[in-house]
Design a protein. Structure first.
Length: 321
């Protein structure tokens, strides 16, 4: 018999009541929220995608969803800076995991497409926790059917608009080039935030611009500040439908050591969380948090950062009073 004591006031079913069940106990769901099947439908579904066969360096992101859930137990009901109860004003539920083919990327992409589409039958929007960045492509394919080309707000140390690796077109370094080629993204409204580190050549940047992206480099954060980046985002995206894709390696390795392709000189978690808060009121149609690789994490540093990223995204998606 489950000892979950979900706090509910007749509205959305929220997380387990922390005054009844100690934080280290309760369901292994994101923020100890109810499972989707327990509530039937949700405004936001948290969906794990256990896939990391598209990586080019350190693997392990297939274990990211479980790690982020385990690291999310301390999340509480009220978000003071956004002044919202993200789990009280909307139904948020954990939609479980998509376990896709680890041996065939094409089959895995088809599986993610089908699983994401099925989850949208009972969830208004989905916050996906990965998995490596390959997973963004099938998600954008599904969202394109409902929204047309979406503006991609991409937080990452890496452009992820490269062409192929060893001849492979579908990897964690290529999702946004494929998406742009397939007409899935709004080339007048997409941008990267946090880009840094060595590139393969200058052509990486000229190609990237043609594919529809503007770049805010990590090095610009000191001068622009989170507020300046937030302004750039609003100016670039306006009221377009926006897909937010967050590669946890946008954070400095000090703030996110548990990731596959770390680059020095990244954002602090405080900067990233401040930028995400500024998305409140924008037309967010979905989001993901990818590339968390627990094997390289210490003391849940990366898992906790990813959990808070998810919390601020859910808060930014909440209906405002
Ligand atoms: N972590 C992501 N998503 N992409 C990394 C690509 C790294 C590289 O091409 O060297
Ligand atoms: Zn990256
Ligand atoms: Zn990436």
């Amino acid at each position: 018999m489950s000892n979950d004591t979900f706090s509910t006031t007749g509205g959305p079913v929220g997380p387990v009541d922390a005054t009844m069940v100690p934080r280290y106990a309760g369901p292994a769901t994101f923020a100890r929220l109810p499972a989707l099947e327990a509530v039937g439908r949700a405004d936001i579904g948290i969906l794990g995608v256990l896939f990391d066969s598209g990586v080019s360096y350190r693997p392990g992101a297939r274990f990211g969803p479980g790690h982020i859930r385990a690291s999310s137990k301390l999340l509480r009901n009220y978000n003071p800076i956004q002044d919202v109860e993200p789990f009280g004003v909307q139904q948020v539920a954990d939609a479980g995991d998509l376990a896709v083919n680890p041996f065939d990327i094409d089959d895995a992409i088809a599986g993610i497409d089908a699983g994401y589409r099925a989850t949208l039958d009972t969830c208004g929007r989905i916050l996906t926790i990965g998995g490596d960045h390959t997973i963004a492509l099938p998600i954008l394919r599904v969202l394109h059917e409902a929204h047309g080309p979406v503006a991609v707000l991409h937080f990452d140390a890496h452009l992820d608009t490269w062409d192929t690796y060893f001849g492979a077109a579908y990897t964690h370094g290529t999702p946004f080039r494929r998406a742009s080629e397939e007409g899935l993204i709004d080339k007048t409204g997409s941008m990267h935030v946090g880009i840094r580190g060595p590139l393969y050549s200058r052509k990486d940047l000229t190609d990237d611009e043609v594919l529809g992206f503007q770049v805010v480099g990590s090095h610009q954060l000191d001068d622009m500040g989170a507020a300046g980046v937030a302004e750039r985002i609003r100016a670039r995206m306006g009221d377009r439908p926006i897909y937010v894709s967050i590669d946890i390696d946008v954070l400095d390795p000090a703030a996110a050591p548990g990731t596959g392709t770390p680059e020095a000189g990244g954002l602090t978690s405080r900067e990233l969380l401040a930028i995400l808060r500024s998305l409140q009121g924008l037309n967010l149609v979905g989001a993901d948090i990818v590339e968390v690789s627990p094997a390289y994490d210490h003391a849940e540093i990366t898992g906790i950062a990813a959990a808070h990223v998810g919390y601020e995204l859910i808060s930014a998606m909440a209906p405002q009073a």
